[in-house]
Design a protein around this ligand. Structure first.
Ligand SMILES: O=c1ccn([C@@H]2O[C@H](COP(=O)(O)OP(=O)(O)O[C@H]3O[C@H](CO)[C@@H](O)[C@H](O)[C@H]3O)[C@@H](O)[C@H]2O)c(=O)[nH]1
Ligand SMILES: [Mn+2]
Length: 448
């Protein structure tokens, strides 16, 4: 393809109506100036009144300063549009592997059913399943969470084909079945499968909630998977060895859904915890995940989501790849992130929980100045960028070559050798610890 007939994988458009915005901004600015002039000219003579006057003036000045600063990210937002059809045409055969990290930390505050809903949304992306590797990092080290993930690994065999066949959106079963509570009437096959899948999902939910109430795994269930043995040594949240179990090995020809299509790889990881070591919250979990995944799947692209932030669009991976794989711009892009949206918001959103200004104006505004900072979740990173590779203007990425990296060891060998990478003292006195690790002082802050 010659340079002249190059068709980009994404385009950038500036927001419309900027003139009106500037007019509005000028009027606010004039208001601020008049307010200052008024405060100075009508300074009260009486002492007590003066102090009140000064206090109010300070508050107004602070507000005006905040307004002035925010103009830098509000004046010229840009919006990005992708061309996924071009991506498919050019790159369908060499689409890269994606490592997806879901973080959870407490089975009571973050119920396992909610967590597996998130896991199922990222397993069900419209993307070749053999190229998806989903890691659940459980800082709660919870046996019940492990059980729930095991259940999800079974349910995914039904859920993924169902989503594919009927183009289900969003792909969180809980959200999907509660928002579309009516059985589809105009398609008999769809209606039948809809009912069956919903029923199976409800049953799975009940089983998990029962175990949650019980607080331990009954003996007969423990026999279902060797992973439960890890808890026999009395693992507690703050003190346990690394637990790493590959629940679905995507490379295994027997790992199939009910339609005989491959499944994504699914991994449970609870990094080692010892009371005498700092574990650095989510940042610590992310570091362990980066290392462990480099051993097991080593995909060039990493997505991380919080366990309560399901993906609401099954095309998200393809959208992100339109940026990374763009021939002209791709090598300049280190991360692509999606804004967070929230459910259960009060009517009229009086507390501003929808974050409308931030999501619709300020993030696109920061994007016009080189991009907003990493907001901690819903973000695709290039692994290179996280591992400290220096950016070179001229070095383009050979995606075909990236795809040739294949790990050959058996799942059990990988489990054993990767465990050490999730050890709690791995970072001490190591080059990784000094140069790469994100500690509380670096961009990913501790979260709890
Ligand atoms: O020791 C810990 C503590 C937390 N988490 C996980 O980290 C995520 C975020 O923690 P949370 O307590 O939910 O923090 P929030 O303040 O809700 O999250 C905001 O701040 C986080 C970074 O600090 C970002 O990751 C989030 O996207 C952003 O919504 C959750 O999935 C937790 O399960 C861990 O994995 N290990
Ligand atoms: Mn949260």
């Amino acid at each position: 393809m010659g340079k002249d007939d190059y068709l980009p994988l994404f385009e950038t458009r500036s927001a419309k109506g900027r003139l009106l915005y500037w007019l509005y901004a000028v009027t606010v600015f004039l208001g601020v100036i008049s307010m200052c002039a008024y405060r100075v000219r009508h300074f009260p003579a009486q002492e007590l009144k003066r102090w009140v006057w000064i206090a109010v003036f300070m508050a107004e000045l602070w507000n005006a300063l905040y307004w002035l600063i925010t103009q830098s990210v509000r004046c010229s937002p840009v919006y990005r549009y992708t061309f996924k059809d071009r991506l498919s045409q050019r790159y369908e055969e060499v689409l890269p592997g994606i490592d997806i990290f879901v973080c959870t930390a407490d089975p009571v505050l973050e119920p396992p059913v909610m967590v597996i809903n998130t896991v199922l949304t990222v397993m069900a992306y419209n993307y070749p399943p053999e190229k998806l590797n989903v890691y659940l990092s459980d800082d709660g080290g919870s046996e019940v969470m492990f059980y729930a993930l095991l259940e999800a690994s079974q349910f995914s065999k039904i859920w993924l084909p169902f989503c594919r066949k009927f183009k289900v959106e969003p792909r969180s079963p809980d959200i999907y079945f509660s928002s579309a509570d009516e059985i589809p009437v105009d398609d008999v096959i769809f209606a039948k499968e809809w009912q069956t899948v919903k029923h199976l999902f409800q049953e799975m939910k009940e089983r998990i909630n029962e175990i949650m109430k019980l607080g331990r795994i009954p003996d007969e269930l423990q026999k279902q998977h060797k992973g439960f043995r890890e808890w026999e040594l009395g693992a507690s949240k703050r003190d346990h060895q690394t637990i790493l179990e590959i629940l679905i090995d995507g490379r295994d020809s027997k790992a199939m859904d009910v339609e005989g299509k491959p499944l994504p790889t699914l991994i449970y990881m609870a990094r080692e915890k010892k009371p005498q070591y700092q574990h650095n919250f989510k940042a610590g979990a992310m570091n362990a995940l980066i290392r462990v995944s480099s051993r097991i799947s080593n995909s060039p692209i990493i997505l991380n989501v919080d366990c309560d932030q399901y993906s609401n669009n099954s095309e998200s991976v393809r959208d992100a790849l339109c940026f990374f794989m763009d021939e002209e711009m791709g090598h300049n892009i280190a991360y692509v992130q999606y804004p967070q949206y929230f459910n259960n918001i009060t009517k009229n959103d009086v507390y501003g929980n929808y974050l409308r200004i931030i999501v619709e104006l300020e993030l696109p505004g920061a994007d016009a100045h080189g991009g907003p900072p990493y907001i901690g979740s819903g973000c695709f990173h290039r692994r290179d960028a996280l591992s400290g590779k220096k950016h070179e203007q001229e070095s383009k990425i050979d995606w075909k070559k990236e795809n040739e990296i294949r790990v050959k060891e058996s799942a059990s060998t990988l489990e054993e050798t990767a465990k050490i990478l999730a050890g709690c003292n791995y970072e001490e006195n190591s080059q990784w610890g000094k140069e790469v690790s994100s500690s509380p002082s670096s961009p990913t802050p501790p979260s709890r």
